[in-house]
Design a protein around this ligand. Sequence first.
Ligand code: KPL
Length: 312
Amino acid sequence: MKIAIIGPGALGCLLGALLFEAGEDVGLVDYRPDRVALLRRQGLQVGTPAGGTRTVPVPIGLPHEVAPADLTIVAVKAHQTRAAALDLPRLLAAGGLALSLQNGLGNLEIMAEAAGPARLLAGVAFLGVTRTAEGQVILAGQGLISIGVPAGSQVSPVERARVVGAFTRAGLECRERDDIEAVLWEKLLVNVGINPLTALLRVPNGALPELPEAWDLALAAAFEALAVARAAGINLTVDPEARLRQVCVATATNRSSMLQDVLAGRPTEIEALNGQVSARGAALGVDTPVNDLLTRLLQALGQAGPFRVNCQ
Ligand code: KPL
């Protein structure tokens, strides 16, 4: 299967490398010519926390250089989805599928505006992967990829099975879910708790349950998200506390994607995570004070960059 992956971030690089090693015809898509040149020269580097690293020569190109694909995986940050979606019609071969494996809510709606809903797949990736430098990733926690059909999609069971097969051959645990919207919310619950607090406190995921005040706030954010999900009619049976603890333990040495963004001075996904809980809560009449505050704190953190004093 020809696979294009938009976004050479932590997830895009990891998937690109694993799918390439499994023999898929995979190409990474990037918008930055300087990074394309760098990654062509050095290849992708995949490491483990124990220290072993291997180089994987995954082809990479600008959007017009990558041939239309049977499956295009959108792995950019949520605030880049609109730009990436503009390339979807060109990157999709006739009958090609587009799969979002991004954090947060709102990405599929943007992709549907650009490419229509019929060939879309929704996905949720629970992988503790850290980008240490451009094209260099460490896989700290092996996890699960869930895929399913969002509202309006007409992707057939056979086509879905081909996608699951590609991930499985690449050594990733991948399952098809018929309640993918609930799975997206379940991941959101985890992200709204772990991501902003690890980013504000600059701690790895495993530290969070050890910090009583931060842990309380993380749980409060997750419980608010659960209340919003239920008000929206999503059938979530998850216990937020058990789920957050489980993810913190499974990805203990991992830096959350939001912490990685903050440390690198990049915009964060706060609007697609806690911001979505606040916005949807407001629309449904559910109070979300912790998510409101965390959203504003992360926005303030982003705005403070140019004024920050240097700490030793
Ligand atoms: O999805 C993640 C993220 O960092 O965005 C978790 C699961 C919290 C792993 O770090």
